[in-house]
Ligand binder design. Structure first.
Ligand SMILES: [Zn+2]
Length: 91
């Protein structure tokens, strides 16, 4: 069985079942036809520029530091869309 492993950040707003369905359509008739998508959803974390805390976001519309409430944050994780590995079937 061929498995395609992905890391997808929650900020990508990807619906796993929709992505799997689209993958089925796109990969059909290719060498990856019939392969399975294994999707690892990555939590959103923010790095605070004021207090240096890295915190996990509970609600993706509120991007504030959970340590001090600052808006001076950068996204540490959550924007990924990586193909991390392939498990390939033997011929
Ligand atoms: Zn902070």
């Amino acid at each position: 069985m061929t498995v395609v492993h992905l890391q997808v950040g929650k900020l990508r707003q990807v619906v796993p079942d929709s992505l799997r369905y689209c993958w089925t359509l796109m990969s059909d008739q290719t060498s990856l036809g019939g392969s399975i998508l294994d999707i690892d959803l990555i939590d959103i974390t923010l790095a605070c520029q004021d207090c240096a805390v890295v915190s996990r976001v509970e609600h993706d519309l509120i991007l504030l530091c959970s340590g001090c409430g600052s808006r001076m944050v950068t996204v540490a994780t959550g924007e990924e869309f990586f193909l991390t590995s392939l498990d390939l079937a033997e011929a």
